[in-house]
Design a protein around this ligand. Structure first.
Ligand code: AMP
Ligand code: P6P
Length: 354
């Protein structure tokens, strides 16, 4: 099946597996007037990810486990791999020259480059870091925005404080049993698997579609006592023990109880939900009044990918991608997953289901 139906016919179909580089090149040919800067930026991101991957894979041997002794803006103990991953992404993106603004979970302030870089890069360099020492899947998450007036106005924080609906590219990398890069540039969601023997990503799943409904929910039930009654009721329904759910819920064909899966690493939980369907939630609670996850470089990229794959993403009351950011590191409740499952969640939030 043609990956990009609008690709000029003079381009021969790729022999064997399509590489990430070829996929991105096809995207450039399909983008009217593209100068190649965006393509170069994506290739730089791929380079940074392959460097991070090589260290993640050898962290246990290269004495990169453990802590640096510093704490980041989130007040979290910074692990060596966090610091390394942040440095790699920062260095490679700065060398690309394509970003006027660069922001990271590990940096208190956004970096405003002294250039006319067309793009904003936002990233969580190594998400799930609390799992690093236990060999559980961890990941890198990023989003790319286009600056509104790169030639005239100098890079500013305001370029980063834009709603997620303005994203032009987003992706994550899951450093799991294999290294999988999931990417969207607005024409669907595609996943690439790294062949570590040659350091090349190959297209493994084009046009990923999140199933319209799943059979699995993913939430940290250790927070149950801190949740609002609506969230508690939603989870009781999923577990099949809520007696007061109106028949409409069953009439809609939802088959509870759902299975429970929770890794505690956003990229791992999100990837499973994207591929298999179901729902992931990190709601607000009495301790984390705005939820725990960060809007700009965790929730927005994930929301963009899920919507591109036909899924949904909400904070409970509004679309994640419509939230107008006020601060760089602001948190948000995040619920992502199959569109039917996210719609059912929202009905609990607005009291249409009890
Ligand atoms: P550029 O002139 O290379 O900065 O690209 C301008 C715009 O065209 C980008 O912001 C994208 O929205 C789109 N575009 C360019 N190259 C690609 C690509 N390889 N894949 C998808 N979209 C692209
Ligand atoms: P909790 C990992 O530390 C992380 O930032 C996300 O990757 C993950 O979804 C969440 O925190 C897990 O948080 O409170 O359930 O341990």
């Amino acid at each position: 099946m043609a990956e990009h139906s609008s690709i000029p016919s003079f381009l021969p179909p790729p022999v064997g597996g399509t590489t990430l580089r070829e996929h991105v090149l096809h995207g450039m040919h399909a983008a009217p007037g593209a100068t190649g800067e965006f393509t170069s930026l994506l290739n730089h991101i791929s380079l940074a990810i392959r460097i991070i991957n090589s260290r993640v894979r050898s962290a246990g041997l290269a004495d990169l486990l453990g802590y640096t002794g510093e704490t980041n803006v989130q007040g979290e103990a910074v692990q060596k791999l966090d610091a390394f991953s942040n440095d790699v992404l920062l260095n490679v993106l700065q060398r690309s020259g394509h970003c006027g603004v660069i922001a990271s979970e590990e940096l208190d302030e956004a970096i405003l480059e002294n250039n006319h870089g067309k793009y904003v890069a936002l990233f969580d360099p190594l998400d799930g870091s609390s799992n690093i020492d236990t060999n559980v899947g961890i990941g890198t998450i990023f989003a790319v925005l286009r600056r509104s007036d790169p030639k005239l106005s100098p890079p500013a924080l305001a370029d980063a404080l834009r709603p997620g609906r303005e994203i032009v590219a987003a992706g994550y990398v899951l450093y799991g049993p294999s290294t999988v890069f999931v990417l969207s540039t607005g024409q669907g969601v595609h996943s690439f698997t790294l062949d570590p023997s040659i350091g090349e990503f190959f297209l493994s799943q084009p046009d990923i579609q999140c199933p319209p409904r799943g059979s699995c929910y993913s939430v940290n039930e250790g927070n149950y006592s801190r949740w609002t009654p609506e969230i508690q009721s939603w989870v009781r329904w999923l577990k099949g023990d809520a007696k007061d759910v109106p028949p409409a819920a069953e009439a809609a064909g939802f088959k509870t109880p759902y299975g429970a899966r929770y890794v505690g690493s956003l990229v791992a939980d999100a990837h499973r939900t994207l591929m298999k369907g179901g729902i992931f939630a990190y709601p607000a609670d009495a301790k984390s009044k705005n939820g725990k996850l960060r809007l700009l470089y965790e929730a927005n990229p994930m929301a963009y990918l899920f919507e591109q794959a036909g899924g949904g993403a909400t904070n409970g009351t509004e679309r994640i991608l419509d939230i107008m950011p006020a601060e760089l590191h602001q948190r948000t409740p995040l619920v992502i997953g199959s569109k039917d499952d996210v719609a059912a969640f929202r009905q609990f939030m607005v009291g249409e289901r009890r």
